[in-house]
Structures are given as structure tokens and as C-alpha cells.
Design a protein around this ligand. Structure first.
Ligand code: HPA
Length: 269
């Protein structure tokens, strides 16, 4: 694993991806933040050694390096999902590369279904904790040079950044929740009974990503901040027919608000 990480890291350094401060993974319909990156260098995932290739519409599949305010960042425009047929460790491999490129924090966004009855479509949920229902990306031999065999997950999401993000949201009058994100494999959206079950076991929002990346980031000691954009509701009486296109459209409507929070947060760290 370390050899592969080093190979990919060297490839990107040679392209000019030098000492980024932060990494960002942008979820479905939420790639617009990359327009604010200046002096950028872009590399398609298909050109990057050892990277999987994104197969989902709304996920472009590019790694973008550049200046973001006073910071240097690497953004993943498009990510990998378990339902595409990749293993959890493959989905999260890019996070390992970002860490070895030098990022100090990881920022993640996703589109998800709200199961908390107080949530509305278009709301933003800052992820406080998660329930990971996919195979664990750390299954298999552990390389102690990369991280510990048994990482603690007591504070998977950085409290300092959560509090800071809440203040930023308040300042801009943006409604945000703090909640628990649950990841499932997809690609099916949930049945009403599954939404109810996920609510019962403690979820506020349900999606098909994020937790493999956060687990791998925590394995390497990277602080994480993540937000979900609520694109549909899995609440009894409010469940409507959902498609990937609807998820993309709803995510796009909320994108500007999410971007405001992310941008100020990244600039402030
Ligand atoms: N369930 C799972 N994943 C999702 C959903 C959902 O309702 N909405 C967006 N991604």
C-alpha cells in the first residue's frame, strides 16, 4: 500500500501538487466550489496511477490543485462509491494520497436523505458523528507506518471545526443542523422501512459515501469536517419518488450556501 501511495504522490508532485494545506472531497452536485480555486492544475482521475475512475454522472472525476484564498488546496471533484464495485479501501485510497501530499485537514461534502423529521429538503447538516454500515476500509493487513491497527473513532469529526462552521452559518443566516450521518452501500435509495430503521438506530441523514474516506483519514490522524446537503426526505408521510437527477438538482440549489460555509471555514483554519 505504501509503495502505491508513494508512486501516486510522486506523480502528483511532479505535476505541481506541492504542499497543499487542505483536501476537499465534493459530493453529488456540489462541485462548484472548485470554480473559486485560482492558478489551478487539473488532472483527470484516469491519468493518475492507482486511482479508480469515477463512473457516476454529476461526478466529473478530476483532481484540482490551486490557491483558495490564502490556502493551497487539493479538491476531488467527483469521488468513488462502494456501489460502483470498488472496495472500501479503493474508494478511500485518494485520501491516503492527499495526506502524503501534505494536507493538514480533510473537508468532505455529500448529498443525503434526511431521516430526522425536523429536516427539510435544502437543509445543511454538519456531521457530528457517523454510523458506518459498509465494509470497513481498514480490513486487511495494517501498515503501522501509515496508522494504527485499531484507530479510535471517539471524535471522528473535529469539534473545533464544527463549532467554527456553526458560527459562520449563523453569521450568514444559514440554517444548519448537527447530526449523525449513516452510510449504506446503495445504489438503491431506501425503502420506507429502511429509512425508519436508520432513524431508529440513531441516524439523522443517510447517504452512500463519506464514512470510508473519514475512517481512512482518521487512521492517519487527519482532522475531518463534513457536511451533508439534504436532497430528499426519508420521513414517514414525506417520502417522495427520488432519482439521481432530483438529488443532483436539489444539491445544486443548496450548493452556494454550503460553499459559503466551507470557504470561510477553510480560510479560517
Ligand atoms: N438515501 C441514500 N443516499 C442518498 C439519499 C437517500 O435518500 N439521497 C441522496 N443520497
Amino acid at each position: 500500500m505504501l509503495e502505491k501511495i508513494n508512486e501516486t504522490t510522486e506523480f502528483l508532485r511532479a505535476k505541481g501538487f506541492l504542499s497543499p494545506d487542505a483536501g476537499i472531497i465534493l459530493g453529488t452536485g456540489l462541485g462548484g466550489l472548485t470554480a473559486r480555486i485560482s492558478n489551478s492544475i487539473e488532472v483527470d482521475y484516469c491519468e493518475i496511477p492507482n486511482f479508480p475512475v469515477s463512473t457516476v454522472e454529476g461526478h466529473e472525476g478530476k483532481l484540482i490543485y490551486g490557491e483558495f484564498g490564502r490556502k493551497k488546496i487539493v479538491a476531488m471533484k467527483g469521488r468513488f462509491h462502494y456501489y460502483e464495485g470498488y472496495g472500501s479501501e479503493q474508494i478511500s485510497f485518494p485520501v491516503r494520497v492527499l495526506k502524503y501530499l501534505g494536507i493538514k485537514c480533510l473537508f468532505v461534502s455529500n448529498a443525503s436523505g434526511g431521516v430526522n423529521p425536523d429536516y427539510e429538503i435544502g437543509d445543511i447538516m454538519i456531521i457530528r458523528d457517523h454510523i458506518h454500515l459498509l465494509p470497513n476500509p481498514l480490513i486487511g493487513p495494517n501498515d503501522d507506518r501509515i496508522g494504527p491497527r485499531f484507530p479510535d473513532m471517539g471524535e471522528a469529526y473535529d469539534k473545533y471545526m464544527i463549532n467554527k462552521a456553526i458560527l459562520i452559518a449563523r453569521k450568514h443566516g444559514i440554517r444548519v443542523h448537527e447530526g449523525v450521518y449513516l452510510s449504506t452501500s446503495g445504489p438503491t435509495f431506501e425503502t420506507p422501512a429502511e429509512y425508519k430503521y436508520f432513524r431508529t438506530i440513531g441516524a439523522d441523514a443517510v447517504g452512500m459515501s463519506t464514512t470510508p474516506e473519514v475512517i481512512v483519514a482518521r487512521h492517519m490522524g487527519l482532522p475531518c469536517f463534513a457536511v451533508s446537503v439534504i436532497t430528499d426526505l426519508g420521513v414517514e408521510g414525506k417520502i417522495k419518488y427520488t432519482t439521481h437527477e432530483i438529488v443532483q438538482q436539489e444539491a445544486a440549489k443548496t450548493e452556494a450556501r454550503m460553499t459559503t460555509i466551507m470557504t470561510e471555514l477553510i480560510e479560517s483554519i
